[in-house]
Design a protein around this ligand. Sequence first.
Ligand SMILES: *[C@@H]1O[C@H](CO)[C@@H](O)[C@H](O)[C@H]1NC(C)=O
Length: 434
Amino acid sequence: MKTLSNHLLLLVQTVLFLFVALAAGCKHPEHSTTSPADTITTTAAPTTTDAVPTTTAVPEPTTPSSDHRLIAYIADWALPEKIAWDKLDQVIYSFAVPNENGELGEFNGDQLKSIVEEGHDNDKSVSLSIGGWTGSLYFSSLVGSESSRTKFVKSITNAVEEYDLDAINIDWEYPNSANGVACNQNDPADTANYLTFVQQLRESLPEGTLINAAVATAPFNDENQQPSASLDPEWKNALDGFYIMGYDVNGNWNEKVGPNAPLYFKDQSDGIDSVSADSAVKAWIDAGIPADQLYLGVPFYGRIAQVKTGATSSSGMYQPLDGKQIKGDKYDEKAADPCPNAVSTFSGMYQWRSIESQGIPTNSSGWETSWDEASQTPYAYNGNRVLSFDDPHSLQAKVKYAKANGLGGVMLWSLEMDDVDNTLLNALQGIRND
Ligand SMILES: *[C@@H]1O[C@H](CO)[C@@H](O)[C@H](O)[C@H]1NC(C)=O
């Protein structure tokens, strides 16, 4: 029960906070008021790629940026039975898919309303994600002209008002890129238009609404479909947070088994992607985004692949694949991209709740689990199947990395994939304690 003095204290804190935020000229009070220049020079990324940094000597955030440290996606097609609100700072409901007229659809409005209500009852913020892997077909033209931008901004603003949202998450996979769905629109000016769109969205949304984006492991592409070496400096003012999708780095599309979500990579990169959470964070910082606006996205699932000859603890995980795209766990179903003549395939995704219930981490059900030093993630093998995944140990290494490098926080995909004891969510709690 709240007493009068609690109320008074809260009032004093609120007034103080508003004063500090105003004095600092802070447009988005949820973010640190540290100047970008300070951040860049004080947050040195580790120089070695083979060890988890042990230093935590990073200046403590002094502003309420720590209010949004742990962020979880939920998916409308697989909502968790129960959301452990007390272990989270923000939930992102996904996805609202824009059609070619910029209207948002393919989500359940009543469901979203009840989640926002539940979140607000728990004093947590709720965001709506727009786009997604299969929902990015029309972004390019939607941000490409003044008139379509205006329509798109209007429908997002309407959604924020209708559903009482605290934040908007843009998940465009990806601007001017050949890496997304084959029939996505693309344009050399995508990244520039994206920025103009976000700026216009900021003007239109109610004061205080956060805008963040799910982003690839490399900065937004330039006009030549290459990752930008340096981004327009306005990007850091336009978005509150950049949620780096540090997963799906390797999978059954590669020549060799590679880690789904490597924290680091070493030289065995032939046949896998030379990308890691660490390389992604460095690339975004080099492109001009302050570390405290970067969030490291971590998976609550692994990926399975079939190899030519069985892997063992001594062979390591980096074995040649046989080219078959085998089924992951019981939740994995064949799906096709929303393009003409697209072929249905298994993703090979294997959710943590399946990994845990089959006892894979404890060498049950025919599986043996080893640790991949290079990526700081576990892998399991069973005959000619190899599974790369994350467990509490690898997630804690990622939390440690995020804290040591002064990142804004950690994002996860997605909440329902955890086990009933919230084992993985519990492993991430360290990001919330400064
Ligand atoms: C599982 O097997 C691997 C490889 O033999 C071994 O290194 C590991 O310690 C075992 N794990 C458990 C929990 O027994």
